[in-house]
Design a protein around this ligand. Structure first.
Ligand SMILES: [Zn+2]
Length: 131
């Protein structure tokens, strides 16, 4: 066996908030036939990275700007399919609850918002920064 080939590897997950690949709270992969694990194939799922998990545990909800956040029929957008713009705001859940009349499950770490909502949040932040 080549020394670069491992039949044990640490799995990587993709953070659904920031899309970073990470090994925080992931699993160990073992090839049962003791064959080398392809390093390109160790990404096994989605979970929060350490930074986004800390924010979530400390009461912050990630608001992620996407294009066409709510297609016809108000269906939910999956985070794999969301067309992200690149802007993310972390707001305290109490603030989100007081601003929006949309119930957010307490276990949900993220919600998608459209550019109108992001613009509104930017105007509020500018106003707060100006005072
Ligand atoms: Zn993250």
């Amino acid at each position: 066996m080549n020394s670069d080939e491992n039949f044990v590897a640490i799995a990587k997950h993709v953070c659904p908030v920031c899309l970073d690949q990470h090994t925080y709270n992931t699993e160990i992969l073992i090839n049962k036939k003791l064959k080398a694990i392809d390093p390109e194939k160790v990404t096994t799922g989605y979970s929060l990275c350490m930074e986004c998990d800390d924010l979530n545990k400390n009461g912050f909800l990630a608001l992620i700007e996407i294009i066409d956040s709510y297609p016809e029929g108000n269906q939910k957008v999956s985070f794999q399919e969301a067309n992200r713009v690149g802007n993310i705001v972390h707001l305290r859940r109490e603030v989100v609850d007081s601003m929006f009349d949309v119930p957010v499950d307490k276990d949900t770490p993220l919600v998608f918002i459209d550019s109108k909502v992001m613009d509104m949040l930017k105007r509020i932040a500018d106003r707060l920064n100006a005072t």
